[in-house]
Write a protein that binds this ligand. Structure first.
Ligand SMILES: [Mg+2]
Length: 188
């Protein structure tokens, strides 16, 4: 039997908190992710400092600021045995698209270093994930889970905590709070 195609998101699923740590360093603040009012955590930057922020950001590597989500590596390694496993991640920086090439490079290096058991040909750098075919999707963004799949796992994050049970059901999402829960669902 062919393996099922599983597409996993990167930011806030495999690694986390890079942006909030950068924003705090830039602004000299102590924000928590929960202080962000939207998916776009950069909205914490005052509008009149966006250009300055983009310049500051472009001289740094977001992935120097992240931590790997607990158990992500070990469960991914097991999933890679049982599924045709891809990592799909968006990389265009909304506030300054022209610096996105560097972000792409930083993402690629981070994945090679921390998920060495996944063939780099299975890294997908993309904006519209609906274009991808998948049997199973894992993402923290409800919008990016809209493409077809038999199973859609919504990884809990600061910006999706308020989704109601009804909303989850309507969209066929199953909420997962951590990688152990994913392991239970996909590796039993
Ligand atoms: Mg994400």
């Amino acid at each position: 039997m062919p393996m099922e195609k599983l597409i996993v998101d990167m930011d806030d699923v495999l690694c986390e908190k890079g942006f909030i740590r950068m924003i705090n360093e830039f602004l000299g603040t102590n924000y928590e992710q929960e202080d962000a009012k939207s998916y776009y955590i950069n909205d914490l930057i005052p509008k009149d400092r966006i250009k300055e922020w983009a310049k500051w950001y472009s001289n740094r590597n977001t992935y120097d600021y992240v931590n790997i989500v607990e158990n992500a590596q070990e469960v991914m390694e097991k999933l890679n045995q049982k599924y045709e496993l891809y990592i799909a991640t968006a990389y265009v920086f909304r506030d300054a698209p022209e610096i996105s090439g560097k972000t792409l490079n930083d993402k690629y290096n981070f994945l090679c270093e921390n998920f060495p058991f996944i063939d780099p040909h299975k890294f997908i750098f993309i904006s519209n994930k609906d274009l991808l075919e998948a049997d199973i999707r894992i993402d923290d963004s409800p919008k990016k889970l809209m493409g077809k799949a038999r199973l859609k796992l919504l990884f809990t994050a600061y910006h999706n905590k308020n989704l109601t049970e009804t909303e989850l059901k309507e969209n066929n999402f199953i909420r997962v709070n951590n990688w152990k829960e994913i392991e239970k669902i996909l590796l039993k």
